[in-house]
Design a protein around this ligand. Sequence first.
Ligand code: SF4
Length: 62
Amino acid sequence: MKITIDTSMCSGHARCAAAAPEVFRLDDDGYALPYEGELPESLHEEARSGERTCPERAIRIE
Ligand code: SF4
């Protein structure tokens, strides 16, 4: 599983990081940073939860 953030759509709500703190980090301005590398299976469900909370649909999970 790989996560990308469409930075042109991210509005810095930080909901992803609140819902999935082990997956999504924020930069100094509150915008989401992509998880680096392959996401471990133990975090897949948390990642999906973070994806669902994003009102801008800026998170892509492949
Ligand atoms: S919830 Fe969506 S819009 Fe908000 S910081 Fe996360 S990716 Fe960006």
